[in-house]
Design a protein around this ligand. Structure first.
Ligand code: ZN
Length: 79
């Protein structure tokens, strides 16, 4: 199924992507997430059941197959 992105009216293509989400002070990485991606601007859209699955995994915080170390940059002192 394809449809147009609301921003630039480009056709959305089905792809599997990496989705990074922050939640409170945690960063959670989801790999191989089925998504629709705009061919022009890269806008990402998830279909309903995928959003539910991501939220479920986020809330349950079950054991993950692997972890990443994440650098944190702070721009509070930048002009
Ligand atoms: Zn677009």
């Amino acid at each position: 199924m394809t449809h147009e992105g609301p921003m630039c009216r480009e056709r959305m293509k089905g792809k599997r992507i990496r989705h990074v989400q922050t939640w409170e002070d945690r960063v959670v990485v989801f790999e191989d997430v089925p998504a629709e991606v705009c061919g022009r601007c890269g806008e990402v859209r998830f279909t309903g059941p995928i959003v539910d699955r991501l939220n479920q995994m986020l809330w349950s915080m079950g054991p993950a197959p692997r972890t990443m170390e994440v650098p944190v940059y702070d721009l509070s002192a930048a002009p």
